[in-house]
Design a protein around this ligand. Structure first.
Ligand SMILES: Nc1ncnc2c1ncn2[C@@H]1O[C@H](COP(=O)(O)OP(=O)(O)O)[C@@H](O)[C@H]1O
Ligand SMILES: [Mg+2]
Length: 607
């Protein structure tokens, strides 16, 4: 994965890119947004009217006090006070209405973006996923989507309206009270803005460090908990805790830096606001003293400044948060920009076959350029044939399966199904045609039933039951108090290796694909269970093209042809009998494994 460069956050292009990305989501609810805007505009008018209400109330009361020496709560101020109260209420209600209306837009956008990201991440190749940590990945997506929602709200309802409000207030001051007042406000805003931007730029690094530490911490926690059993086997709780604490400490430091820099930012902003406020009130007091301004004007100035203080404070906050959100969204979009290395051709064809031949044609493959795993392999599985590939652990057997599934593309040669290069087929039809019982079966944290039904999500209960019987799972399930509704635990950890493999077999039976692949499907079974499973495999592979991959040779004796893989190349091939007669690698493996089995049997008898 390409590391993102730290400077991306400061990059303005990035911002526009993100904003543009959001536009389609806004257009989905045009009317709603227009109404929300009307609410916003009316609310702003109400906000700007407050200081005027206050001014007229004070001036009125003051005038009466001067005229009569006492105050009567007569019609005019009473009406003003009622109007003021109403305006206050309307202001709040309109803002609430605006948020409620717009809420739907952001909620929908989050739904769409989350789904898009989810699909995209699923579309990335296995290589990407093996390099990524799931905990950190989901955290990135989560932070990214909440960043999007924030940015949308802020962009529409805070930045532009706040700037407009500032402009209106400056004009009001210029018009009613002269250049001095307007100039003080104007300068204060400019200063405030520049300071906020500069201080926030400095903070960006801390925010990023904090996020990285946050991801690292949760990644570690998830990974460590997933490996719960391993941790116990090696009594490494202390080691895990210590490592976790180191990460937590980094996070703590990052948070402290973040907090301190926030303090500096807020402190500076408060100073600018306080100085501006004081200056304005001094100017107003001077005006009142010289008789140019009324008491009401003084109240108005004070009131406007208080009101300005709020959105101004918001401006700094908004800038800060936008920076933070952009950093988060950027991570998510980086994820979205990640290109899968296995891609479907635009004119990819559908694969629809019943008993296809498979062939590996001079295939070479490596995960990393410095270590070749498969070297110039050529072999064919005829239509309906059962072909086995055997070899020592690490010789590249499972890699062949990954190539067939197109989790990776080979660097040279080609893999064909029914004579067609798998790179010319749609990924969906290719993978639908193949059923696999993998070496390590990982299950969803759901019931046995659902895990099996996953092979064909719309299968009926009868079909699932039939698959259960064919996979010889019925006996096991009948022993469970909850039967097939038993939950299998995270990744299927509550089942034994053999039970998981049988669930995988049942799943594959249900899928009923044209090609069957068994990758060490009996590797974690004892001989007795193995025999049962082999029987099941034999039953279901009849009539299918099947590829059996095994380290244990007892699994493959009945194969039509056997290829022996060594160091990424095929060294021998033939039927079981032919290979034994060759007295080569296969023969050697066979003798060794026979001896082992003898020992096992003796041990079983003794036990
Ligand atoms: N994603 C990967 N990246 C790098 N090396 C890998 C990857 N997957 C497997 N390998 C290496 O490729 C070799 C063959 O692996 P594999 O095909 O799983 O062997 P096996 O014959 O036991 O099934 C092994 O040495 C393994 O370490
Ligand atoms: Mg393997």
């Amino acid at each position: 994965m390409a590391r993102r460069t730290p400077t991306d956050i400061e990059n303005l292009d990035m911002k526009w890119h993100v904003f543009r990305m959001l536009v389609p989501y806004l257009l989905e609810f045009r009317l709603r947004i227009v109404i929300a805007f009307c609410c916003l505009a009316l609310a702003k008018v109400a906000t700007i009217s407050f200081p005027f209400f206050q001014k007229y109330i004070v001036d009125d009361l003051d005038a009466q006090l001067n005229a009569a020496g006492q105050t009567l709560l007569v019609a005019v101020p009473l009406l003003m006070i009622l109007g003021y109260g109403l305006a206050r209420f309307l202001n709040v209600m309109l803002n609430e209405a605006r948020d409620t209306l717009f809420g739907r837009v952001t909620e929908r956008a989050i739904r769409r973006i989350s789904l898009m990201t989810f699909r995209h991440v699923h579309g990335l190749d296995l290589g990407f996923h093996l390099n990524r940590q799931t905990g950190g990945l989901s955290r990135d997506i989560e932070r990214g989507t909440s960043g999007v929602s924030f940015l949308m709200r802020i962009m529409i309802f805070n930045i532009i309206p706040t700037l407009l409000e500032l402009l209106v207030v400056i004009i009001i001051f210029l018009w009613n009270y002269g250049v001095e007042f307007a100039a003080v406000i104007f300068l204060a805003i400019i200063l405030y803005f520049i300071y906020s931007v500069m201080a926030t730029e400095k903070r960006t690094r801390f925010i990023r460090e904090m996020n990285e530490a946050d991801s690292a911490t949760s990644t570690h926690a998830v990974d460590s908990l997933l490996n719960y059993e391993t941790v116990k086997y090696f009594t490494n709780e202390e080691y895990e805790a210590r490592h976790y604490d180191e990460l937590l400490a980094t996070l703590e430091i990052a948070k402290r830096n973040n907090r301190l820099s926030l303090f500096a930012l807020n402190g500076g902003q408060a100073l600018i606001v306080a100085v501006a406020m004081t200056l304005m009130l001094l100017l107003a007091a001077r005006g009142v003293a010289s008789g140019d301004m009324t008491l009401g004007d003084f109240v108005l100035v004070n009131s406007f400044m208080m009101q300005l203080f709020m959105p101004l404070n918001f401006l700094g906050f908004v800038y800060r948060e936008i920076k933070g959100s952009l950093a988060n969204i950027e991570r998510m979009f980086n994820l979205l920009n990640e290109k899968p290395s296995v891609v479907e051709k635009p004119d990819a064809e559908l694969l629809q076959v019943t008993k296809p031949a498979i062939s590996f044609d001079n295939v070479s493959f490596h995960y990393r350029p410095d270590r070749e795993i498969i070297r110039n392999i050529t072999f064919t599985v005829g239509p309906g044939e059962k072909v086995a590939v055997v070899g020592a652990s690490g010789s590249g057997k499972s890699t062949l399966v990954k190539l067939l599934f197109r989790f990776y593309d080979c660097q040279s040669g080609k893999v064909t199904i029914a004579g067609r290069d798998i790179r010319d087929l749609t990924l969906h039809s290719l993978r639908s045609a193949i059923g696999i019982v993998p070496q390590d079966t990982v299950l969803f944290n759901d019931s046995i039933f659902h895990n099996i039904q996953y092979g064909m999500p719309d299968a009926s209960e009868e079909d699932v039951d039939r698959a259960i019987r064919m996979a010889h799972l019925d006996h096991f399930i009948s022993q469970l108090p909850k039967g097939k509704d038993t939950l299998v635990g995270e990744r299927g950890l509550k089942l034994s290796g053999g039970e998981k493999q049988r669930v995988a077999i049942a799943r594959t039976i249900l899928k009923n694909p044209a090609i069957l692949v068994f990758d060490e499907a009996t590797s974690s079974l004892d001989s007795k269970t193995e025999r049962a499973i082999l029987q099941a495999i034999r039953e279901i592979s009849a009539g299918h093209t099947s590829l059996v991959i095994a380290h244990r040779l007892s699994t493959v004796v009945d194969a039509d042809r056997i290829f022996v893989l060594e160091n990424g190349g095929i060294v021998e091939s033939g039927s079981h009998q032919e290979l034994l007669a060759q007295h080569g690698t296969y023969h050697h493996m066979w003798i060794l494994q026979q001896q082992e089995q003898e020992k096992e049997k003796v041990a079983e008898v003794q036990a």
